[in-house]
Structures are given as C-alpha cells and as structure tokens.
Design a binder for this molecule. Sequence first.
Ligand code: ATP
Length: 207
Amino acid sequence: HPLTIGVTGGIGSGKTAVTDWFASQGIDVIDADVISRTIIKKGSALLASIRAEFGDWVLTAQGEYDRAAMRAHIVANPHAIARLNALTHPAIRDEIMAQLAASTSVYRILSVPLLVEGMAKSPNLAELCDRILVVNVSRQTQIERASRRDGQSVQAICAIIDKQATPQERLAVADDVVDNEGSLAQLYAALQPLHERYLALAKARLG
Ligand code: ATP
C-alpha cells in the first residue's frame, strides 16, 4: 500500500491546521474525526443500528443523532459507552479503509485524534500507519486555542486534556514531531521538509 502518515496530537494542538496544509499540497487526508461525525448522519445505516440498540430516544424530532441525549445516557450508564463503541468503531474503521483504498496521492495522511490512546485497543489505527507525526504544543497553548475556538471554559478543556495521552506518551511513539507553538507561517515552514521527506520515502517505496 502507499505510504501512510498518521497525524495525531491533543485537543487544540493544530491537527487540522497541519492536515489542511498537507491537503493544499495535493496529499489526500483521511480524517477519523470527520468520519466519526459523517457516518452517523441522518438516515445512515449506523444511526439505524444505534437506534435499534438503544431506542428511539437517540433521534431528535428531526431524525438526527441526539449527541446530547447520548452523552447524558453515558454519564448515567457508564457501561453504555462500550455498547456504543461496539457499533461505531467498526463502522469508522470500515470507512477509513474505504477512503484509504480510494486515495490516489503519492502518500496519504491518516489523522486520528486518539491514535496513541487507541494503541492498546481494537481497532488499533496505528497499525495502518507507516510513520506517526505528532503535533506538539504546550498545555497553555492548547488551553488558549481550544477555548478561543470552542468557547469552552478552561476547566472543561483541562478535563479533556487530562483524559488524553500525555505529551510523553505521544512523543514515545512519534517518528516525526512538528512544533506548533509559533505562527501558522512557522508551522507551514516546518511542514515543508517533512512533506519532502515523505515524498522521497513514498518514491523509494515504489522502487
Ligand atoms: P481538535 O482536536 O481540538 O479538533 P486540532 O488539533 O484539529 O483540534 P486545530 O483546530 O487545527 O486543532 O487548531 C485549534 C485552534 O487553534 C483553531 O482555531 C486553529 O485555527 C488555531 N491554530 C492552530 N494552529 C495555530 C497557530 N500556529 N497559530 C494560531 N492559531 C492556531
């Protein structure tokens, strides 16, 4: 298969900024976060199976997935998350596999927010990656950028950061690291040599 670069990083680290830049260079980006939202759209097979498993309350009056209702259900019934994941995870993996099979660029990017957290679990999406690129920022920058973007409180962002992998855990599995403390222009300048390296690796692989 063509060279696959896994991109990961914590909340607000800049994964989307990174993958948008690769996309601007003509590289196909397969984004697990985008897929997890799109496969559960109104009328989807996945949404029908979630309704069959949990009940009609998973749908809003408009027939869309009621995320808030599911969140409240999981808070009250923590074991429900395993039942939900048993339905969503295989569907996400299937769609990732389909998009990887359809990708045509010299190499491709697979962006997975919880790539490191998922390495001890199934499906382990890191197995689909030849290299892992970690987007690295300080906790302070994560809090500033994520709260500015989402309008969430500092406490809410910190609670998410504390549930995610630590920077040490991410760096331990990284083949490449890009620092995103500076401006977007600095980020793009740091991505250019990585892109050239990936192009060379992809060509070497083709022989
Ligand atoms: P999440 O996992 O939380 O969805 P992410 O890792 O995809 O986040 P982005 O959405 O790319 O992160 O970046 C978070 C926010 O910070 C966005 O509003 C983005 O525009 C902004 N941002 C990213 N990189 C920089 C930068 N170098 N300078 C200034 N703002 C940035």
